[in-house]
Ligand binder design. Structure first.
Ligand code: XMP
Length: 423
C-alpha cells in the first residue's frame, strides 16, 4: 500500500470513528448493549431501591403527620398510627441498606459514586457514564507496533484506552522509562506500569531451552496482563499490535507471541487495526499520528526481548551485561551514522566463558557477540559491512565498561543459514 493511501485510510478512520475491523454499526451496538447493561445494573442496585423507598418515606411521613388527628379519632386511629410508624422505620432501614450495599460493593479503588453520578440531576448522567465506561485495553511494549496502536486509539478514544506496560526485566536499557515519558507524560495516556521483573526472572531460572523460554515469557505475560484486566471494570475490547508479517510468519519456525490466549471468561473482543499492514506501512501511520521519530524508526525487538539474547538459562548478571553492551552498540551506531541505515543490530551473550587477561591478571569471563543485519522482510538477511575501526572501538568500550566481559566477536552469518536472533 502506498503512503498516501494509508494516510487517506487513516483520515477516513479518524473521521468515522471506525478505528478497527468493526463497523460503526457494530461499535454502536456494543456501546448500546453496554449502556443498557450498566443502566439496568444501576437501576436495580441503587436507583430502584432508593426511589422506591423515597415513596415509602413520603407516604410514612404524611401518615405520621396526620396520625394525631387519626388518634383523636379513637382506638382504630391508634392502630393506623402504629402501622405508619412501622412503615417509617422499615423505609429508613431499606434506604440505608441500599446505600450501604452499593458503597460496600463498589469496585476497589474507584470513586465513591459511579463516574458521572453528580450529573444525575440533568438526566444525561446515564449516557455519559455509559459512554465513558466502554473500556479498551492494550499491552504497550513500547515497540513500533503497539506504540502506533496506542497513539491511534488515544487519538480516537483518549482515556478510555488503558495501556498496560509490563516490565518483564527483558527490555533494553532506558525503554520502560521512555514508555512512561512518551505515553504518560507527553500523550497523557491512561497508563498502568507493572514491575514484574522478579516474577519473570524467577520463572525463567534454570530454563535453557529457547522455545521453553519463549513459552514461559509468553504465558507469564498473559498472566500478568490478565491480572491487570481483572482489576479493571468495563473493559470490552483488547487492542493488539498484530501486523501482517506476524500472521504470515506463524509457520512453526518460532513461536511469535502476541497477547492471545487470555482466559475465555474475560470475553474481550479483539481490535487489531494494523493487522493488514507491513512494518514500513505501520511507520507511515505512526508518523501521521505524530509519534516521535525515535519511536517510529526504532529497530525491531523480539517480544521475548533480551531473554533470547541471553543464551541458555538466564542469569541476572549476564542479562545486565547484554543490556549494557546493547546500549553501547546502539550509542556507537547512532554516533557513526548507522542508526536508521542498518535494519537490526544487537548483542548476544552465550552461556559459556573464555580465558582472557584483564588488568594484568587472568580473567575467565563471557564473550559478547555483535550482530548487525539488513533485510526487507526478515525472511532472509545479509550482514552489514561495519567499518573495522568502529568494531574495534565498540570492542574496546564493551570490554572496558561491561562487567564480566573479556571478549567481543562479530557474527558474519547471513540468514539463511543463521536466523537473525540466536535463539
Ligand atoms: P529470526 O530470528 O526468526 O527473526 O530470523 C526475524 C525477526 O523477528 C524477530 N523475532 C521476534 N519477534 N517475537 C517477536 O515479536 C519473537 O519471538 C521473535 N523472534 C524473532 C527478530 O528480532 C527479527 O527481527
Amino acid at each position: 500500500m502506498r503512503d498516501d493511501a494509508i494516510l487517506k485510510l487513516l483520515a477516513e478512520a479518524n473521521e468515522s470513528g471506525e478505528i478497527c475491523k468493526y463497523s460503526e454499526e457494530q461499535i454502536l451496538a456494543a456501546q448500546q448493549q453496554n449502556a443498557k447493561n450498566k443502566i439496568n445494573h444501576l437501576y436495580n442496585e441503587l436507583i430502584f431501591p432508593i426511589t422506591n423507598n423515597i415513596l415509602y418515606l413520603i407516604y410514612s411521613l404524611a401518615t405520621l403527620i396526620i396520625m394525631p388527628f387519626i388518634y383523636a379519632g379513637g382506638e382504630s386511629g391508634a392502630e393506623l398510627g402504629a402501622v405508619a410508624a412501622y412503615f417509617l422505620v422499615f423505609s429508613v432501614a431499606i434506604v440505608l441498606a441500599a446505600v450501604e450495599k452499593y458503597v460496600k460493593n463498589r469496585p476497589e479503588g474507584k470513586e465513591k459514586w459511579p463516574k458521572g453520578f453528580q450529573k444525575f440531576s440533568n438526566n444525561t448522567f446515564a449516557l455519559n457514564y455509559m459512554l465513558t465506561s466502554i473500556g479498551y485495553m492494550l499491552a504497550l511494549s513500547g515497540g513500533v507496533d503497539s506504540s502506533v496502536v496506542a497513539a491511534l486509539l488515544i487519538k480516537a478514544i483518549g482515556k478510555q484506552l488503558v495501556c498496560v506496560h509490563v516490565n518483564h526485566g527483558l527490555l533494553r536499557k532506558g525503554e520502560p522509562e521512555q514508555v512512561v515519558e512518551v505515553f504518560r507524560n507527553q500523550m497523557d495516556a491512561n497508563l498502568i506500569y507493572v514491575d514484574a521483573i522478579d516474577r519473570f526472572l524467577d520463572k525463567l531460572e534454570g530454563v535453557e531451552e529457547p522455545e521453553q523460554k519463549r513459552k514461559i515469557i509468553g504465558a507469564e505475560f498473559i498472566r500478568v496482563f490478565e491480572e491487570e484486566a481483572r482489576k479493571l471494570e468495563g473493559i470490552e475490547f483488547l487492542a493488539q499490535g498484530t501486523i501482517y508479517p506476524d500472521i504470515l510468519e506463524s509457520d512453526g519456525v518460532k513461536a511469535h507471541h502476541n497477547v492471545g490466549g487470555l482466559p475465555e471468561d474475560l470475553h474481550f473482543e479483539l481490535v487489531e487495526p494494523l493487522k493488514l499492514l507491513f512494518k514500513d506501512e505501520v511507520r507511515v501511520v505512526g508518523k501521521a499520528l505524530g509519534l516521535p521519530d525515535g519511536m517510529i524508526y526504532r529497530q525491531p525487538f523480539p517480544g521475548p526481548g533480551l531473554g533470547v539474547r541471553c543464551l541458555g538459562a538466564i542469569t541476572r548478571d549476564r542479562l545486565e551485561a547484554v543490556r549494557e553492551s546493547d546500549a553501547i552498540l546502539r550509542e556507537e551506531f547512532a554516533k557513526n551514522g548507522l542508526e536508521g541505515k542498518v535494519w537490526q543490530y544487537f548483542t548476544v551473550i552465550p552461556d559459556f566463558r573464555s580465558v582472557g587477561v584483564k588488568g594484568g591478571k587472568r580473567s575467565f569471563e563471557w564473550p559478547v557477540i555483535l550482530r548487525a543485519v539488513n533485510t526487507k522482510d526478515a525472511m532472509t538477511a545479509t550482514v552489514e559491512d561495519v567499518p573495522f575501526s568502529l568494531l574495534q572501538h565498540i570492542t574496546e568500550r564493551i570490554t572496558k565498561e561491561v562487567p564480566g566481559v573479556n571478549r567481543v566477536c562479530f557474527d558474519l552469518t547471513p540468514k539463511p543459514t543463521g536466523t537473525i536472533e540466536w535463539e
